[in-house]
Design a protein around this ligand. Sequence first.
Ligand SMILES: O=P(O)(O)OC[C@H]1O[C@H](O[C@H]2O[C@H](CO)[C@@H](O)[C@H](O)[C@H]2O)[C@H](O)[C@@H](O)[C@@H]1O
Length: 258
Amino acid sequence: MAAAVEILSMIEREPGRSALYLDIDGTLLDIAPTPEAIVVPPELPNQLAELAAKLDGAVALVTGRSIARVDALLQPHLFPVAGLHGAEMRLPDGRFIEATVSADFLAVKEELHARAESLEGVVFEDKGAAIALHYRLAPYRKAEVDALMEEAAVSTGGGWILQQGKMVVELKPVQSGKGRALEEFMSIAPFRGRRPIAIGDDLTDEGMFAVATAAGGAAIRIGDDAAPTAASARLGSPTELRRLLASVACRPPGNGHG
Ligand SMILES: O=P(O)(O)OC[C@H]1O[C@H](O[C@H]2O[C@H](CO)[C@@H](O)[C@H](O)[C@H]2O)[C@H](O)[C@@H](O)[C@@H]1O
């Protein structure tokens, strides 16, 4: 398995041949008790913008969050984003691929919200065309959350599917997928023809790891868990990743770490 530092130093050496696909929660940002409690280090948005400038714009966020939420977190910058696990996208030229919502899904959402309210400690997150039910504050609720979400997925009639994550179960549009989102970005400028490097921390990121490595790129899984992965390297924490990305952002091209 390659070292994450080696992979990131490839970007330093050849920024014009690299493209970077970054997950947010657990990757760029440390995990927090609830979705709203995350802390964005104040220097991070500008560092990402510097990195994007160095790669001629070939930096995308690929996340379970909505695009609107990503924009609020990384303001004032508007990066290319695949949101809701790839169900919605903002392409580099500003065009949107939107996720549609059916009346049936809205009814499922309303019922799920009401039922989740009776589960103390469970956090309901409404993301528009996707829903997350978090049990981080009440881990003993996992089985109840699983059962509720399985029932909700069936009620959508197949238009939405389950996504397991870190102390969370989500309902996401069936046509979503971070791997597909990567393929979409990789087909257009400035991402086209560049070596894809995908960085994430969770099950939902495995799809983009597989696509990036199959395309001759690399993938880094963040965190010290022992979960099987398609990533080519591991790195301990978001803090370590932010430090490495900051160093890539500020070094002139052609300089390695040595
Ligand atoms: O694809 P990502 O950018 O990693 O987003 C995945 C989900 O992340 C968020 O939930 C996770 O992070 C929360 C804040 O640290 C944490 O409280 C929760 O337990 C984690 O599951 C987010 O709330 C979801 O909408 C994203 O899909």
